[in-house]
Design a protein around this ligand. Structure first.
Ligand code: FES
Length: 641
């Protein structure tokens, strides 16, 4: 008689196992990801499966109603005490008697896929660095002088084949109480990536409470975090706050100068950013009602200056050529190392930096967007105070950073402000009347709508890009970036401004006008961005790219057409220009939820060819050529295609 055939769905894995094998063992034999925390003791219910009964032509199997063994005493006890959904069985108790089709529900799958929001993005594999196991530990014995830790280690080895366990003093101090409280049964949370496992939490008995992790994008202006359930991979809460280091300087270089000029300046900034991170962690935990101590894993991405300041390393070397990092490698620390209110033993993984100007945030973008795996030549631009640029496909990726300055964030612009409610973010200028209309953040209405009554506070980066591109499109601005006179343009919106002219965008309180020096600041920023992209294209020996991905919160709001008119990015079919949203934050979330992505990004960062714009003679050449609006006549044609 042949052994029973077992088919697992949704994986489709199938094979024959000996009659009498438990479903959990069959899953292990066939390489099916069926979860188990209690190791088959019938108490955790992580191994649940749903057997199908009847004929399943699609799978070529007919299943008898006694394909699985009857419910045994352990399973019955679990059902009575905790309740199983109708038709569900505990995989560790049910034995296979004949051919069977078994569905593994999402909550029982170990490596499920976590759906990413954008339709264009791939799902994230759920395989976190944290794993929970339930163990029964031998009690101390007068005849066996071994310590409690040694008996815990040998229980982990016997029951879970876990060897070489590391434990911090913090947990060692609580070990004896926890073991006795749990009557010699405990749930251990283990943190393991590539090296030996480390104990990060220990609970008495079977722990069924929350287990969470946080993915943090530590920017120089804002700190954003996603609190994730490490069992399901879902985002429980997302939040952000201003980086408290802002009081030491708006941009990175002013913070580096503060560190250089002020005694203990770097330490002050380290303290400030760690306090900010602590506030964020507490706020996220409070939002979902969990204690911050159940946060057992943290991933962090940031630019090189933030990286050093967070770690308490003086960023002095990053302020001058050759911009040497103390370390570019990925780091694995603990929550306690960074004064986080997570479990003090929680893992903290900081992604590797690419170069002195291209940080772990760019590495996270590379992890999220995977330009190395793209078939089309893909240009990825993360626009901030520095633009971080990646270009690649088919296993080759180049990276550089370009000094765009803060103009794209609304700084150095009269009436400029950060993207916040009240900031003008969309602008259109009527071709015939040359009259503008705009939208502000926080309102769906255009300013020309009679119902529009939203307060206007300033103009943000995407607004300034749109207004300048629109001014150029309707002929208020020439290719060199000069605003024409009222007589020449025929527009009542033009005002005299010293020896030049300005454009009146909003005649209210505050009045918002676009001056020639605003345009100059944007020209410099966009020329730097474009020159960086061209430099990478030169290295690839190409004049065109197939696809452009705009990353970052700002990237999400730039209209491709306006970016092309301005000449921020190389000429490309607008339908091939997409936004990846906060790709650095997504990269941090991938690193949190899928531990296999960590060595992957470390390998990719080693392979990425780093281009230093400061020493490339062609950068200056491209920069000068790129200050016209747009850079090429083709840009206009493209936006009208
Ligand atoms: Fe825990 Fe089955 S493995 S109940």
């Amino acid at each position: 008689m042949t052994d029973p055939l077992v088919i697992f769905t949704p994986s489709g894995k199938r094979g024959h196992v000996a009659a009498g094998t438990t479903v959990l063992d069959a899953a292990r034999q066939l390489g099916v990801d069926l979860d188990s925390v209690c190791g088959g003791r019938g108490i955790c219910s992580k191994c649940q499966v749903q057997p199908g009964i009847g004929s399943f032509p699609k799978h070529g199997i007919a299943v008898a109603d006694d394909a699985l063994s009857d419910v045994n005493a352990v399973e019955q006890r679990y059902d009575e005490k905790r309740g199983l959904k109708p038709g569900r069985r505990l995989g560790c108790q049910a034995c296979i008697q004949s051919d069977v089709l078994l569905d593994v529900p999402p909550e029982s799958q170990l490596h499920k896929q976590v759906v990413r929001k954008a339709a264009t993005q791939k799902d994230i594999r759920l395989d976190p660095a944290i794993r929970l196991v339930y163990v029964e530990v031998a009690q101390p014995d007068m005849h066996d002088p071994s310590g409690d830790l040694e008996r815990l280690k040998s229980a982990l080895q016997d029951q879970w084949q876990i060897e070489d366990l590391r434990i911090d003093l913090t947990l060692l101090k609580t070990l004896q109480t926890t073991l006795r409280k749990g009557n010699w049964t405990v749930t251990a949370a283990l943190y393991q990536t590539e090296g030996p496992p480390r104990l990060v939490a220990l609970w008495p008995g079977l722990y069924e409470g929350p287990v969470a992790g946080i993915a943090i994008d530590l920017g120089s202006t804002t700190i954003a975090g996603h609190l994730c359930d490490l069992r399901s991979g879902s985002v429980l809460a997302s939040s952000g706050l201003m980086n408290p280091q802002i009081r030491f300087g708006e941009d990175l270089m002013s913070r580096v100068s503060y560190a250089m000029m002020t005694e203990n300046g770097a330490d002050e900034m380290t303290r400030a950013v760690r306090e900010g991170l602590g506030d964020l962690v507490r706020a996220l935990a409070a939002e979902v009602g969990i204690p911050p101590e159940v946060i057992l894993d943290v991933t962090l991405v940031c630019n090189p200056v933030m990286h050093h300041l967070l770690l308490g390393i003086d960023p002095y070397e990053l302020g001058q050529a050759p911009f040497a990092l103390a370390t570019a490698d990925a780091l694995t620390l603990t929550g306690g190392d960074l004064d986080l209110p997570t479990a003090p033993t929680a893992g903290v993984y900081i992604l590797p930096c690419i170069a002195g100007h291209v940080g772990a945030d760019a590495a996270a973008v590379a992890l999220s967007e995977a330009p190395d795996q793209a078939q089309e030549l893909t240009l990825i631009v993360d626009v901030g105070t520095n633009a971080e640029i990646l270009l690649g496909h088919k296993g080759r990726v180049l990276a550089c950073s370009s000094p765009t300055g803060p103009a794209f964030e609304g700084a150095q612009i009269s009436g400029g402000q950060r993207a916040a409610p009240g900031a003008i973010e969309r602008v259109e200028i009527d071709t015939a009347s040359k009259k503008p209309r705009f939208q502000v953040i926080g309102s769906e209405l255009w300013s020309t709508d009679p119902a529009f009554d939203h307060p206007v506070t300033g103009i943000c980066g995407s607004g300034i890009i749109e207004v300048i591109a629109e001014m150029r499109r309707v002929g208020l601005l020439d290719a060199s970036g000069l605003i024409g006179s009222r007589e020449r343009t025929g527009s009542d919106q033009i005002l005299p401004d010293g020896r030049t002219h300005a454009f009146l965008l909003h005649d209210g309180e505050p009045q918002i006008i676009i001056t020639n020096s605003d345009i100059r600041a944007i020209q410099m920023a966009k020329a730097a961005l474009y020159a960086g992209a061209r430099l990478l294209m030169n290295k690839f020996e190409t004049d065109t790219v197939d696809r452009i991905v705009l990353a970052g919160a700002f990237g999400a709001h730039i209209s491709p057409e306006h970016a092309l008119i301005l000449g921020m990015i190389p000429d490309t079919d607008p339908s091939k220009i997409t936004s990846a949203g906060n790709a650095a934050g997504t990269g941090a979330r991938i690193a949190l939820l899928d531990k296999s992505s960590r060595p992957k990004i470390e390998r990719l960062v080693r392979q990425i060819e780093k281009i230093e714009t400061a020493i490339e003679p062609r950068f200056q050449e491209h920069f000068v050529a790129a200050s016209a609006i747009p850079n090429s006549a083709d840009s206009f044609a493209l936006t009208r295609a």
